[in-house]
Design a protein around this ligand. Structure first.
Ligand SMILES: [Zn+2]
Ligand SMILES: [Zn+2]
Length: 110
């Protein structure tokens, strides 16, 4: 795996690569539905996972819009690398390697 020092950045072709590796799942965590996004960071190649922050919004949207294969729910979102691995020069309150990108989350359930 490449050693990437922390750097705030985004990039169109890397964002596409991130988008391709993205998976979306609704899983039951602690007795309630959670939306979990997982992807591979295109810069540091570490696995990333995000749930929590998105949950209220996503779970609410899923409940109200009931996405299906015919009518998937599409949401634009900004996600940042949060790999939890050490990257040189990272500020104390940050996670990951600093890569971020606009992605599209498409959900179709049932
Ligand atoms: Zn990393
Ligand atoms: Zn990264």
């Amino acid at each position: 795996m490449p050693e990437s020092p922390y750097e705030e950045r985004t990039d169109g072709s890397l964002a596409e690569k991130m988008q391709r590796s993205l998976t979306v799942a609704v899983v039951e965590e602690a007795g309630r539905d959670s939306l979990v996004l997982t992807w591979d960071c295109p810069v540091c190649e570490h696995a990333c996972r995000r749930s929590g922050k998105l949950n209220g919004r996503f779970v609410g949207l899923v409940r109200s819009k009931k996405p299906s294969r015919k009518r998937p729910l599409t949401i634009a979102e900004v996600i940042r690398c949060d790999c939890g691995q050490p990257h040189a020069g990272r500020p104390e309150d940050e996670q990951g390697c600093g890569f971020w990108a606009h992605i599209t989350v498409v959900m179709s359930i049932q």
